[in-house]
Design a protein around this ligand. Structure first.
Ligand code: WTA
Length: 654
């Protein structure tokens, strides 16, 4: 999205009176009153919410501890259990309410009630305990989308173990790195995942990861039997079936009460350097963010059927699949498959089938479904929908309008939610009955979230200007540190250049005349490919890990479907290839990156040069590479360039 398109977008969609009538926050005035309350009594505001929305085993007396910035603590002397808050507390009233409607890749539906989910979690938690897993131990979860993935996460929470979910699309190498960094004692996986009719060999990949070495910390691999066919050998003494582990285990399990600040999970995400960051979240503050936004952003109502399409391997799947819907006692849909199988009507068919009221997905999915079948939604009855959500990347106004008109029938507000792995829950989003929306803007912050946009000097920008997005005050669901790397935590989010005061989100943003926020994109070397965060350095180090590659530089190129596409400029150790040889090398390097990181990181375009464009001091001129990647004419000053001749080479597609 460019500044020009933002400045031209002035359509305004006010919430309907009908929607507002039943809503939690009914008007702009109510929203403003909440914001003012938070301004006037910040700690009191959050303390009230923490008492109202969470069930405490031991009530807290302290609210925000700022004694050691930026390592903030919330509710630090309180005790609770996250799984208790998601399950047990609903049992008196909601035992027979459906918690999860699971639809498999081929359309089989399984439903579990809160009572059943509670039993599944307790039995599995008892299973983990029987293997010696205790509070603070790390458990890596490498699972397909399933009820069991949620059970695994909730069971860890129940016994105070720290889960680290690794997205099933990540490679053996990525899995190995995360297992080692987290020091995981247990890996939970499945003998296969099923997506679009194809089997994803998760157990085989787990074996491969462990065989790469350095994973001596892992004592057990627990395997959920998802497919009949077993593709991986069994390591006796290490591997164990999920169903064998839970057999005969008691159906209740006393929750382990943890401190509010005890880590609930670590989730690895991409940053500016090659090594992924282990974002560490707390128990109470994280859960509060999830519940609060489930109620405010999604305006949760007890008869809702909520569907967030994100995989549990990403933060969206943590907060809005594994935790928030359960914490409020909602019925949610969990989907194993992909939006285009058996055809591009799958989402719409599922909305009709399960009478989904609240649908939350990513712009990239919307854009690809527009392309594949813009009329398909009309073939289904989507009248159950009352609210639509968007997450993960900027949504372009055209996709927003289609979502609004074709999917939402012009009737459903759209909540465009800006947030990050590090923020744990929504930060900037319209509250659907209170804030009029503009296509492409995530609008205004959640009450109690002190967002601003600052310039290079650290001063807030005026309306109509752009700059760096910051959060000025610590908030409960904020990342606590990077696992085993507090220094990197400080440097990444509270850099000295900005006085170390504010949380620097890493996004640039623009504030329009009404004070609405428009996210423009990352300011660091992070790409957003189909809503997934990828570090350019991560892909570069994967490429140079190939024995044929001498040097590589990766940049993003705007892409109409994926948001950004990955373009790699590669210098080989041997001569620059041409013709079929170049084509074969492109294929080889794409597969190599898929093996090193995962298929999501495969470069869309690879260009070969005898060198990269560098300044005399040897710095790669990335701005030039971005221009070349876009196929645009170079208008930048290239007088400092050591080797202008290679620009020509890099412009030639293979
Ligand atoms: C981007 C995903 C514009 C942003 C929840 C952020 C967005 C990064 C939006 C975090 C949005 C996320 N509009 N950009 N509504 N939501 N982003 O950690 O650049 O995977 O910094 O968290 O995605 O990605 P992450």
């Amino acid at each position: 999205m460019s500044i020009e398109s933002v400045l031209q977008e002035n359509r305004l969609f006010a919430p309907s009176a009908e929607f507002a009538a039943g809503a939690r926050v009914k008007s702009l005035a109510e929203y403003q009153a909440m914001c003012q309350h938070a301004e006037a009594d910040y700690e009191g505001f959050w303390a009230n919410l923490a008492r109202e929305h969470l069930t405490w085993h031991k009530p807290f007396t302290q609210v925000l501890d700022q004694s050691n910035p930026p390592f903030y603590k919330w509710f630090a002397d309180g005790e609770l259990n996250v799984s208790y808050n998601c399950l047990d507390r609903h049992l008196p009233d909601l035992a027979h309410k459906i918690a999860v409607i699971f639809e498999s890749d081929n359309g089989t539906v399984t439903k579990v009630t809160y009572a059943e989910l509670h039993r599944l979690v307790c039995q599995f938690a008892n299973g983990l305990k029987s293997l010696g897993v205790t509070k603070g131990d790390r458990v890596v979860v490498y699972m397909p989308m399933s009820i069991e993935a949620v059970v695994a996460m909730q069971a860890c929470a129940r016994i105070g173990a720290i889960h680290s979910v690794v997205f099933g699309g990540f490679s053996a190498k990525s899995l190995q790195e995360r297992i080692i960094d987290a020091g995981a004692k247990i890996v939970i996986t499945a003998n296969g995942g099923v997506r679009g009719g194809k089997i994803v060999p998760l157990k085989a990949t787990t074996d491969e990861a462990l065989a790469l070495g350095g994973c001596e910390c892992v004592e057990r691999v627990i395997v959920y039997k998802r497919v009949v066919h077993e593709d991986a050998p069994w390591t006796i003494g290490r591997d164990m079936w999920w169903h064998d582990l839970v057999k005969g285990k008691p159906e209740t399990c006393e929750p382990t009460w943890v401190n509010a600040e005890d880590p609930l999970f670590i989730l690895y995400t991409s940053g500016s350097t090659g090594k992924p960051k282990g974002v560490q979240h707390s128990s109470a503050g994280y859960l509060l963010g999830a519940v609060n936004t489930m109620l405010l952003t999604f305006d949760y109502r007890p008869d809702d059927v909520f569907w967030c399409t994100a995989d549990v391997g990403w933060i969206t799947g943590h907060s809005y699949v594994a935790y928030a819907p359960l914490a409020v006692g909602a019925t949610q849909v969990i989907f194993e498959g992909i939006p285009t199988y058996p055809d591009a009507g799958r989402f719409w068919q599922m909305i009709e089938r399960h009478r989904v009221t609240t649908f939350y997905t990513a712009p990239t999915a919307i854009r690809s479904l527009i392309k594949l079948g813009s009329d398909l939604p009309k073939q289904y009855n989507l009248s159950s929908l009352r609210l639509l959500g968007s997450v993960g990347e900027p949504i372009n106004p055209e996709a927003w309008m289609w979502y609004h008109e074709v999917v939402g029938g012009g009737r459903c507000p759209i909540v465009d939610t800006w947030w990050q792995t590090e923020t744990g829950s929504h930060m900037i989003t319209p509250l659907p009955a209170a804030i009029a929306t503009k296509p492409g803007s995530c609008t205004l912050p959640i009450p109690g979230i002190m967002v601003d946009i600052i310039d290079e000097a650290g001063e807030p920008v005026e309306k109509g200007k752009g700059g760096f997005l910051v959060i000025k005050k610590p908030f409960p669901s904020q990342v606590r540190t990077l696992w085993k790397d507090p220094e990197r935590f400080k440097k990444s989010y509270f850099p000295e250049e900005y006085g170390g005061k504010y949380y620097l989100a890493g996004d640039s943003a623009h504030k329009d005349a009404d004070g609405y926020i428009w996210i423009m994109g990352r300011i660091d070397d992070v790409l957003n490919v189909s809503g997934h965060r990828l570090g350019t350095m991560e892909i570069e180090s994967a490429l140079v890990g190939n024995s044929k590659v001498a040097e590589a530089a990766v940049v993003g190129r705007p892409d109409p479907i994926k948001g950004e596409a990955v373009v790699a400029f590669v210098v080989l150790k041997g001569a620059r290839p041409a013709g079929d040889e170049a084509k074969a090398l492109v294929a080889e390097l794409r597969d190599w990156v898929a093996k090193e990181i995962g298929a999501i990181a495969k470069p869309d375009d690879i260009r070969f040069g005898d060198n990269l464009p560098k300044t005399r001091s040897g710095k790669i001129m990335r701005r030039l590479l971005r221009t070349i990647a876009k196929g645009e004419q170079i208008t930048q000053d290239i007088s400092t360039l050591e080797n202008p001749a290679i620009l020509q080479q890099l412009q030639e597609a293979v």
